[in-house]
Design a protein around this ligand. Structure first.
Ligand code: NAP
Length: 262
């Protein structure tokens, strides 16, 4: 008979699918509590991700099957999908993998932004539609999209684009007028306003990501009466969802997880 390893961590094992401030904040809150063994997963898209408060793996799982196999192999007892609202593929995979592996799943999803008085928003269902909604006449556009999404701008080469992304856009876009800024939020409203004025921006292209870190550009656009082309969130799977770290912790506690078998 093999005796249990007295040094083995017997706390319930959680996996947080991350890449967001919410995932970091949840990992931080759980680390402070100390009653779960937490690991984080990143897609590995950002070259220099910020330091994280939990052991972190990086890179895809290999689809739904790969994620389900990971949940089983790592004896994960609860899965929290705290990915970005536009990361629809991994969220679908998480829903299916959790079902297959029999692991409870919660989505931690920040609320979408909603129009406020003074906002001049034009809705778009997706990024190609947003680019089309800029219109035929040349505009000066602040582009707040991921570097993997900006290729859609090539369909409208008449505009002047100011493209902001965390990592460089490489190769550059095949359009005659594009400038690039590498920056990571949070962005303050005053700085956003200065940026819009300096570059004489007359349209902002934004995803409805929600959250405070990148809201400044919308406040600045409102103050300056600049149109925002707002890309709606993609459809997500129907899973239990909360909007705050506190609610996610409460959900975990409500599971009453037994200790992992030693
Ligand atoms: P996606 O389209 O939903 O996912 C594409 C593939 O990337 C998934 O099938 C999965 O590969 C892998 N993947 C995504 N998130 C992962 C994670 N947390 N851990 C391990 N693998 C992951 O995702 P995306 O929109 O490219 O976003 C990638 C990551 O960046 C997400 O973690 C998201 O939270 C973060 N992020 C995205 C945005 C955005 O606007 N989309 C903005 C900020 C941060 P396999 O199928 O091989 O498992």
């Amino acid at each position: 008979m093999t005796l249990p390893d007295p040094n083995r961590d017997t706390r319930p094992r959680l996996l947080i699918l991350g890449g967001t401030a919410e995932a970091r904040a949840l990992a931080q809150a759980l680390a402070a509590r100390g009653d779960y063994e937490v690991s984080l997963s990143l897609a590995g898209r950002t070259r220099n991700p910020l330091d994280l408060p939990a052991p972190t793996r990086s890179g895809g799982f290999g689809g739904t099957e790969g994620l389900a196999a990971h949940l089983k192999a790592e004896r994960i007892e609860a899965l929290i999908d705290a990915t970005h609202p536009f990361a629809a593929v991994i969220s679908r995979n998480a829903a299916e993998a959790a079902r297959v592996a029999g692991v409870p799943l919660l989505a931690l999803l920040r609320p979408a932004w909603t129009r406020r008085p003074g906002d001049v928003w034009t809705d778009a269902a997706d990024i190609p539609e947003a680019v089309a909604r800029l219109g035929a006449a040349p505009r000066r556009v602040l582009v707040a999209l991921g570097r993997n999404e900006v290729r859609a701008l090539e369909a409208a080469p008449q505009h002047h684009y100011l493209v902001r992304s965390i990592d460089p856009v490489a190769p550059p876009l095949a359009v005659p007028h594009a400038r690039y800024i590498e920056a990571r939020g949070p962005f303050a409203e005053a700085d956003e306003r200065a940026l819009l004025e300096e570059h004489r921006i007359d349209a902002v292209l934004s995803k409805n990501s929600g959250g405070a870190a990148t809201y400044g550009k919308l406040e600045a656009a409102r103050a300056l009466g600049i149109e925002v082309i707002m890309v709606a969130r993609p459809a997500r799977p129907e899973v239990e969802t909360v909007e705050s770290v506190e609610a996610a912790v409460a959900w975990l506690q409500g599971l009453g997880l037994p200790k992992s078998p030693a």
